[in-house]
Design a protein. Structure first.
Length: 250
């Protein structure tokens, strides 16, 4: 069985972008190969941006940005995004907005994942982002996150017999996607979103437990939580959460 890697932001043409330049009206008259596309991925831990132009056989990245913002810090305890975390994220997204304008991006998409999905004030935060940066965040569901994970890395899979398993390990959740590759076109056989990522799993124990004398026991408890989450995926569709036979367009 082949295995994949965590996905990068996906560039897709059907989403009208935010952060367009002031002369955006002329962008529609450009030749397709001259267009510039952008993608923002705001996760529980990181904010990432890619800007690219079409090239032969794919895209050429012309600019990128990544910053650890810890948007989900303290979320498991309070159920809300903290003011400090939101300030960090807005600051990083402001940098992204400037890059989109400077690079004359014609189309872009910006997605937010587990932290904004779980937070009581997730949509209020998205409104603030739009007001202060002009970026329109799309808070996507786990199924869409799994689909984008496949789009982002299925071409990196090595040939092999049988299906491939892709892991997308984030700060607040982990998506597992089982795919078939028929004639080079991936088809999702099953997917599962586990509610554990590098931030949420760490916060499930807390700093004192992880740095204390019994940190090995804390680590074993974290492993057990991850094992149980993976077991639900392995058990099959009777436990819910599976999407079957969804073809990913080229």
């Amino acid at each position: 069985m082949a295995q994949g890697v965590a996905s990068a932001p996906v560039l897709r043409q059907e989403y009208a972008g935010q952060g367009r330049p002031s002369n955006q009206g002329s962008s529609s008259k450009r030749e397709p190969h001259r267009r510039t596309y952008g993608a923002i991925d705001l996760g529980t831990n990181n904010c990432r941006l890619l800007i690219a132009r079409p090239s032969e056989g794919g895209f050429t990245v012309i600019d990128a940005f990544s910053r650890i913002v810890r948007l989900g810090e303290g979320l498991s305890r309070s159920g809300e995004l903290s003011n400090e975390a939101m300030d960090r994220a807005v600051g990083a997204l402001g940098v992204c907005a400037e890059k989109l304008k400077r690079r004359n991006v014609s189309l872009s998409r910006s997605v937010a994942t587990e932290a904004c999905r779980r937070a009581k004030n997730g949509f209020e935060f998205a409104d603030r982002v739009r007001s202060e940066t002009g970026i329109v965040l799309d808070i996507i569901e786990p199924a869409e996150e799994a689909r984008l994970a496949v789009l982002g890395c299925h071409k990196l899979l090595e040939p092999g017999d049988g299906p491939a398993l892709i892991f997308d390990i984030g700060g607040g959740s982990t998506e597992l996607v089982l795919i078939d590759q028929e004639q080079g076109t991936p088809k999702i056989r099953a997917w599962w979103s586990a509610p554990w990522g590098v931030v949420s799993l760490t916060e499930s124990e807390g700093k004192e437990a992880l740095e204390g004398a019994d940190r090995l026991k804390a680590y074993m408890r974290m492993r057990e939580r991850a094992r149980r989450a993976g077991g639900e995926f392995e058990a099959g569709p009777a436990n819910g959460g599976w999407a079957v036979n969804v073809t990913i367009p080229r």
